[in-house]
Design a protein around this ligand. Structure first.
Ligand code: NAD
Length: 350
């Protein structure tokens, strides 16, 4: 593992196998320099364990960068559970309790929450075993629960900032936005964009979900990868990572890429291709920090609800500043963001 291309001096990687429930998972803590390593738990059916390891190494490093850029007192960590887990509700609950015991055994070095495939109910099961969990149902107006609406709000603020900078527009009226994946975040984002008068074109693997949203918001529907080359001002990847490659960047029509999905650039060549084509790329982890700002506050107890909203809205000015600085320095936005975040982590380590 130490020679794995995505291994980046991660502090800890723990493999979990629970003989009673059949749970198999891996937890990676990239850095605790700024605070406990926090990041969601993803449930996914990987082709093999190596693919899950690659995902968790990349995602946990991404959380370190995201939390540092969002000015949070949190390091970076992530967990993946190898799907499928049992469909039966009681058996699924037991599997998540087993995961909770594994989180507990790390004594707060890793703090978990929801990610793709994982629900608030799953985190409630985890909370039966450990207090190092967030994204739980909020009590009496407190911050917490499903992070997706906060993530969507932050993405919206980032899109507004990028549109102002790149297209010189102060509103989203008539702006055409292509959204890939209309799940928890993408769905909320579509509703917010529609409220601001944006025209939507969507692609979503779950056709029932897609058609309901399209009918509700009057969105145009495209199939599969056609979303990448759809006529649009903004492309918002909100499904899974690795969606942008040097090959498909060539066909993009959008001038701005700004979406919630983690690790949107499949590789270094994709970032290079975006820059070469003059497409404004808003680094995913700068844009999608709204959820971790909310669940981080829930765990740390360091912000009121109003303060959380203010911190999520600050993603807009942060994006504006990053884009301005990248332009002034002639730097790629993703590389500049990485450098800024790594400097913060290195300073804390020092
Ligand atoms: P989700 O599972 O609710 O939604 C993802 C949607 O994408 C699903 O509806 C799925 O059917 C669809 N999808 C998958 N592959 C697709 C494809 N090739 N084309 C079209 N649709 C496809 O997940 P989510 O919570 O909305 O998260 C979306 C992305 O944002 C993920 O990459 C996640 O890591 C990232 N993210 C989420 C949060 C959060 O608060 N939930 C925070 C930060 C980042």
């Amino acid at each position: 593992m130490f020679t794995h291309p995505d291994f980046d001096a991660h502090e800890m990687v723990t493999w979990i196998q629970d003989p009673h429930t059949g749970l198999r998972a891996v937890i990676a803590v990239h850095s605790t320099a700024l605070g406990p390593g926090m990041g969601g738990c993803r449930l996914w059916t990987y082709p093999d364990a190596a693919a899950g390891l690659t995902d968790v190494l990349r995602l946990s490093r991404g959380m370190s960068l995201k939390n540092a850029m969002a000015d949070l007192a949190l390091g970076g960590g992530k967990a993946v559970i190898f799907g499928p887990v049992p469909e039966d509700a009681a058996a699924r609950r037991e599997a998540f309790r087993a995961f909770g015991r594994a989180v507990a055994s790390l004594g707060g070095k890793y703090v978990t929450a929801e990610d793709v495939g994982v629900s608030v109910a799953d985190m409630e099961a985890v909370a039966e075993e450990t207090r190092h969990v967030s994204g739980l149902p909020p009590a009496g107006g407190a911050v917490g629960g499903d992070p997706s609406p906060y993530t969507a709000r932050g993405v919206l603020r980032g899109i507004e900032a990028a549109v102002a900078r790149r297209l010189g527009r102060a509103d989203l009226d008539g702006l055409r936005v292509a959204v890939q994946g209309t799940g928890n975040v993408g769905g909320s984002l579509c509703r917010m964009l529609a409220e601001r008068g944006a025209d939507l074109v969507i692609a979503e693997a779950n056709t029932a979900r897609r058609d309901a949203l399209a009918a509700d918001l009057g969105a145009e529907v495209v199939e599969g990868d056609a979303i990448l080359s759809a006529e649009a001002d903004v492309f918002a990847p909100c499904a899974l990572g690795g969606v942008l490659t040097a090959q498909n960047v060539a066909g993009l029509k959008a001038k701005i890429i700004a979406g919630a999905a983690n690790n949107q650039l499949a590789d270094e060549a994709a970032g290079h291709a975006l820059a070469a084509r003059g497409i404004t790329y808003v680094p995913d982890y700068v844009l999608n920090a709204g959820g971790i700002i909310a669940v981080g506050a829930e765990y740390l107890g360091d912000k009121t609800r109003d303060q959380v909203m203010t911190a999520v809205d600050a993603i807009g000015p942060r994006v504006a500043e990053l884009l301005a600085r990248a332009e002034a320095e002639g730097q790629r936005t993703d590389l500049l963001a990485d450098r800024m975040a790594m400097e913060r982590i290195a300073a804390a380590r020092g």
